[in-house]
Every structure is written in structure tokens, then in C-alpha cells.
Write a protein that binds this ligand. Structure first.
Ligand SMILES: [Zn+2]
Ligand SMILES: [Zn+2]
Length: 112
């Protein structure tokens, strides 16, 4: 079931549509970028670089969890920025998460 993307702030939609599994960190071998900075409108960083950075202090961001070609976002993170009560939830490692559609197949807009 596709999420209703209309309820998200624009930068969150961009984050959701980002193909994180393509994004390897240039600095840390084997690390994928899993953090999307909304304040910087799309700057991506891996966890290590993000924690070591000072430039994103106090910025709005989302961290994604990737597993077997799926991207998920913790519902707690989403709730910080919008009303997440209508979103279908899954549990991964006891975290409540939202599964995203990395290939975009199920997100065809119903607006047209
Ligand atoms: Zn990095
Ligand atoms: Zn930032």
C-alpha cells in the first residue's frame, strides 16, 4: 500500500524518493549514506560523517534504514515533522518503521 505523500513536507518527499542503496559514502568504505538533511535540502551523509559534522547542527534530518533493497524510516522520526497517524507501520528490529518504495512502482500519483 502506497503512502499518501501529500502529507509530508516537501523535503521529506524528496528524502522518500531518494534511492539510498545507491549512495555509498566517499569517505568510509562500505558505509552507505542513510541520513538526509532536510534543512540543506538533500545533503546526504553516512552515520559516521553525520555525527562528525558540525555544519548540520540543529538541522532537520531523517535517518533511513535499508534492508534487502527496501528503505524504511522510523515512525518516530516522521512524527517529528508531520502527522504520522495514517501511515501503515511495520516493525523492524522492534523499531516501528515505514517501508518506502525504492523502485517507485507503487507510488504512481493518483492526482492526475
Ligand atoms: Zn560518510
Ligand atoms: Zn544540513
Amino acid at each position: 500500500m502506497a503512502m499518501d505523500l501529500l502529507m509530508f513536507p516537501t523535503w521529506m518527499k524528496d528524502c522518500i524518493e531518494t534511492r539510498f542503496y545507491d549512495k555509498r559514502c566517499e569517505k568510509r568504505v562500505g558505509k552507505y549514506k542513510t541520513i538526509y538533511c532536510g534543512t540543506c535540502r538533500g545533503t546526504l551523509a553516512c552515520e559516521v560523517c553525520w555525527k562528525g559534522s558540525t555544519e548540520h547542527h540543529g538541522h532537520d534530518y531523517l535517518q533511513v534504514y535499508t534492508s534487502s533493497w527496501r528503505t524504511s524510516i522510523s515512525i518516530g522520526d516522521i512524527s517529528r515533522f508531520c502527522d504520522a497517524s495514517n501511515i501503515q507501520l511495520y516493525k523492524i528490529n522492534s523499531k516501528k518503521v515505514v517501508n518506502l518504495n525504492p523502485n517507485g512502482k507503487e507510488t504512481s500519483p493518483s492526482l492526475s
